[in-house]
Design a protein around this ligand. Structure first.
Ligand code: NAP
Length: 530
């Protein structure tokens, strides 16, 4: 049987894969999308844990490529819930008739570049083999779940859930006792909701985390009308901000402000809620002393909220605020005032083992009905390395990246021609509002494919020199901020054995955009086009 051929294979049908498909069609390229899930939505398809919602405001965490789409869609809350975002993803799939080119419940297992035909052969777990000129990965940065290697995990007799792969039918914890491992964003969102249902909840904390209240609220018609009337303006303002989010940013130094100015600024931001807290001063992620002023403020809030001083102390993070991703919560600290909620510190000694009925730590057995792993992801590279990519000379991506990911612009990889990585390592991605960052990548890739076609060329590939230059730049910019200094998933520290490299580009969206545009203007500088 003749192999099916496409101009492009796209891997993943989240927000990146969906828009990529739409854009490819618009430009007259044939495409097939492969998606592991039964439906579209990516992150928002898998992360169905209680309390899951986005920490970027809804009216900004949405596509802008079609003004009609953003005008017709109505968000209901300031921070949209997972079900609402998934409804939005499905609405987009319907509106642009995307599903007919998506193969669901199909995993890409291998992709091999053939140097004689300049094409990729893509293989799936269903035994399909298709040929494509281009392969575009759209698998998300946080999609490969991290199941910790704790002894005895398989021995637990009750149900075990991972926040990143939550049962579709939901879980009712009413009348149950629950153990939660982890205190990152997913845990901080889910713990207050689980505590409302469960009879008993024990949280095992290795590292206390900073969180700012969401101050979530329904969106009024007046607010929505005002944003919609100026959507273009808001998006343009966002593009000028490092994180591509339209928020108030105060460039002043925290340490040069007076005690009173600092308190006022932090209180205002605390009352507003969410990630804009870090915009209170311009040097919070550049200067230890400035950062400490924000740390002290948040620790004070924890002491004000948590009744038991020992619990408050345990919940108080000791590290740099904003170094790990800042969390956004609804009622997290107050949850620990409930008599049926317990906090166990596992920082000094790791959890010994999971048992049939719970887990053991420091020789003490904790018993519960259900175990929740809120233990995060093998971020940025995990999903890419699960696929056996073979580039020129049959070289495997996992070997090329043995010392950490190397890309040109986070978009392409030397030695892997015609392969593009939407929000790949080395791009701003997770440090920005993902939706507009995805759109920028999709549009850049689609224009690039068109440029290759119009030149009558067959292959585009980053040069080793350009890639090396970009990797150096990503590393040197990372070194300028405090963000690269702590053991976060940004540096792969949550995965034992993963090389420690600051993976996203921290130079800010505007600088990145400028660089991507300059590359095109200079005739695809840093690429060999043949
Ligand atoms: P995470 O931030 O990596 O948190 C994982 C947690 O599990 C950490 O507290 C970690 O402790 C703990 N952990 C891992 N292995 C452990 C072990 N063996 N023993 C004890 N504790 C262990 O993962 P996440 O909460 O899923 O969040 C990941 C990212 O997803 C976020 O940073 C954010 O970018 C995104 N996210 C966003 C939202 C949102 O938009 N609102 C919601 C959820 C997630 P250590 O800190 O000590 O490693």
């Amino acid at each position: 049987m003749a192999q099916e051929r496409f101009d492009a294979v796209v891997i993943g049908a989240g927000f990146a894969g969906m828009y990529m498909l739409h854009k490819l069609r618009q430009k007259g390229f044939s495409a097939r999308v492969y998606e592991t899930g039964r439906g579209v939505g990516g992150t928002w398809y898998w992360n169905r844990y209680p309390g899951a919602r986005c920490d970027v405001e809804s009216m900004q965490y949405s596509y802008q490529f079609d003004d009609q789409l953003q005008q017709e869609w109505d968000w209901t809350e300031r921070y949209a819930t997972q079900p609402e975002i998934l409804r939005y993803a499905n609405h987009v799939a319907d509106r642009y008739d995307l599903r007919k080119d998506i193969s669901f419940e199909t995993k890409v297992t291998k992709a091999t570049f053939d140097e004689s035909s300049n094409t990729w052969t893509v293989e799936t777990d269903r035994g399909e083999r298709v040929v494509a000129t281009f392969v575009i990965t759209a698998m998300g940065c946080l999609s490969s779940v991290n199941t910790p290697k704790i002894e005895g995990l398989a021995d637990f007799k009750g149900p075990t859930y991972h926040t990143g792969n939550w049962p579709h039918e939901g879980v009712d914890f009413t009348g149950r006792t629950v153990g939660v491992i982890g205190t990152g964003s997913s845990a901080i969102q889910s713990i207050p909701v689980i505590a409302e249902q469960a009879k008993g909840l024990t949280v095992f904390q290795r590292t206390a985390n900073y969180t700012v209240p969401a101050n979530n609220q329904p969106l009024t018609d007046e607010y929505k009308r005002a944003i919609k009337a100026d959507y273009k303006g808001m998006r343009a303002r966002a593009r000028k901000m490092p994180a591509n989010i339209d928020l108030k940013f105060n460039p002043a130094s925290a340490i040069e402000a007076t005690e009173e100015e600092r308190r006022k600024s932090y209180e205002e931001r605390w009352a507003y809620g969410g990630i804009p807290f870090m915009g209170a001063f311009g040097d919070l992620l550049l200067n230890d002393a400035s950062n400490k002023t924000a740390q002290d403020f948040v620790r004070g809030k924890i002491r004000d909220t948590v009744i038991d001083p020992q619990v408050a102390e345990l919940l108080s993070p000791k590290n740099i605020i904003g170094c790990k991703r800042l969390c956004v919560d609804t009622g997290y600290w107050a949850t620990f005032n409930k008599p049926h909620v317990k906090l166990v510190d596992v920082s000094a000694e790791p959890i010994e083992r999971v048992t049939a009925t719970g887990l053991r730590h420091k020789g003490k057995d904790y018993v519960f009905d259900d175990l929740v792993l809120a233990t995060g992801f093998d971020a940025m590279t995990g999903a890419l390395l699960r696929i056996d990519f073979r580039g020129r000379g049959g070289r495997q991506l996992k070997d090329r990246w043995a010392e950490g990911p190397k890309t040109y612009l986070g978009l392409t990889i030397a030695g892997f021609p015609n392969l593009f990585t939407i929000t790949g390592p080395g791009s701003p991605s997770v440090l920005t509002n993902m939706l507009p960052s995805i759109e920028q990548h999709v549009e850049w890739i689609a224009d690039c494919l068109e440029a290759v076609r119009s030149r009558g060329a067959k292959v585009i590939e980053a040069t080793e020199a350009a890639q090396e230059g970009w990797v150096q730049h990503v590393g040197s910019v990372a070194g300028l901020t405090l963000r690269s200094t702590c053991s976060s998933w940004y540096v792969g520290a949550n995965i034992p054995g993963k090389p420690r490299v600051f993976m996203p580009y921290i130079g800010g969206f505007p600088a990145y955009l400028e660089r991507c545009e300059a590359v095109v203007k200079n005739g695809y500088e840093g690429f060999a086009v043949a």
